[in-house]
Design a protein around this ligand. Structure first.
Ligand code: SF4
Length: 423
């Protein structure tokens, strides 16, 4: 039996896509081995969001080729979609497969390549290794063309999974025993705009709520301009949707936002966050920021720092600007030097750690409901569970609690770790 290994880089959408590939190949005559072990076939699901992601994808392919020079290597994902020629030039690569044509992978392995298929969102129910949290991709692609972002070129226009199919998949995942489903998308807030008739994310969430499924729903990133009152009301009154949101800010300087082609101001963002926290006091908001966008002056950066200082958020994801050829920003003047980008990144990461710690401390002695996962903390050997508002809590309970949602009280926050005890 041929051994096969799948490697995944990048975001939650890629994780979902890899699970779909796994599912597609399950029925065939293969045995799956963990990535990093010697296999006959390697499938590499790449990311291209930054130059570093490209580099990591190339390094990984080379490593796999060294591990088994005779292995068949098939490369898919965003990098393969954006630059198939570049990928094919890497030693050891046999095929590249675009996003949305995953069925070709089986044909290629079987030695009967078929012609390229159009982009589509698959409706398979993949399997996820942890069996606690599943990902469901309900949207792919993006029409926004932020000036720094390669994603619309790599993943194409926005397409959504039909509402009925999404509900069916969610019910199926809940039946299979998953206790949390993360709805993912490249631009989740644009869910449904492409469907006939068009619909909205809030309509999908309302239907999920009415379904009365037995697991909780977590939302991946939503753009700031896509929160309307309907969506906020729905999330804040929901028993199913987690009180955890991830919202990209990218910069706190309005002139930078404008050049990024981001359609809001820092004032709009601050008001949105305040409105959300007012509606959901325990809400955990995570924010993305890019440092070193071309032309980002010291003053621009200081604006970002003061906006973040002011925001009642739980954590920060900081990305150094990465020049992606083919995007408008790659040709903008005044590219910021690496040293400055690094320094600004460190400043914001420091702020992010303090925000996170402060947010966690706000829950000391409070009750939370955590979903226990099977992974143990390396130092304490305690099991870890995530609260609905995405606080990772370590708890000394037996493995019979894995995959159960249990009530706990937060007893301590030490060195960035949160401890709890069963109520
Ligand atoms: S919204 Fe902007 S940053 Fe996000 S995927 Fe689309 S183009 Fe990229």
């Amino acid at each position: 039996m041929k051994k096969i290994a799948i490697a995944t880089l990048g975001c939650k959408v890629n994780k979902y896509d890899s699970a779909v590939i796994h599912k597609l190949l399950e029925g065939a005559e293969f045995s799956f081995v963990p990535f990093g072990r010697k296999a006959d076939i390697y499938i590499v699901n790449t990311c291209t969001v930054t130059k570093r992601a490209d580099y990591q994808s190339r390094q990984l392919i080379r490593r796999l080729h060294r591990l088994n020079p005779d292995a068949l290597i098939i490369v898919t994902g965003c990098y393969a979609q954006r630059a198939p020629k570049e990928i094919k030039e890497i030693q050891g690569v046999d095929y590249t497969v675009g996003i949305g044509e995953k069925e070709r992978i089986l044909d290629l392995i079987n030695g009967s390549p078929r012609k390229e298929a159009p982009l589509e969102i698959t409706n398979d129910i993949p399997a996820f290794p942890e069996h606690t949290r599943a990902f469901l991709k309900v949207q792919d692609g993006c029409d926004s063309y932020c000036s720094y972002c390669i994603v619309p070129y790599a993943r194409g226009r926005s397409r959504s999974l039909r509402k009925e199919d999404a509900i069916r998949s969610i019910s199926k995942l809940a039946e299979l025993g998953y206790r949390e489903i993360v709805l993912t998308g490249i631009h989740l807030g644009s869910y449904g705009w492409d469907l006939m008739p068009p619909t909205r994310l809030s309509n999908l969430l309302r239907s999920i709520e009415h379904e009365g499924i037995s697991c909780r729903i977590r939302l991946s990133s939503i753009e700031p301009t896509e929160f309307d009152d309907d969506l906020i009301d729905l999330i804040s009154s929901s028993r199913t949707i987690c009180n955890h949101l991830h919202i990209p800010l990218q910069s706190g300087a309005d002139e930078v936002l404008k050049r990024m082609n981001r359609p809001y101001t820092s004032k709009f963002f601050k008001e949105l966050v305040k409105k959300l926290v007012l509606a959901m006091p325990d809400l955990n908001i995570g924010v993305d920021v890019i440092v070193g966008f071309p032309g980002e002056s010291h003053e621009n950066f200081t604006n970002t720092v003061s906006v973040i200082e002011e925001l009642p958020i739980g954590y920060l994801h900081v990305f150094p600007y990465s020049r992606r050829p083919g995007t408008p920003a790659a040709d903008f003047p005044d590219q910021v030097d690496n040293k400055t980008i690094k320094k600004r990144g460190e400043t914001l990461r420091g702020m992010g750690s303090s925000k996170r710690e402060e947010f966690y401390r706000g829950f000391l002695k409070k009750r939370l409901s955590i979903l226990v996962e099977s992974k143990k903390d390396a130092d304490t050997k305690y099991l870890k569970g995530f609260s609905r508002n995405y606080i990772p809590v370590l708890i000394d309970v037996g493995e019979d609690m894995v995959n159960k949602e249990i009530p706990i009280i937060v007893t301590g926050v030490h060195d960035g770790k949160v401890f709890g005890t069963l109520v």
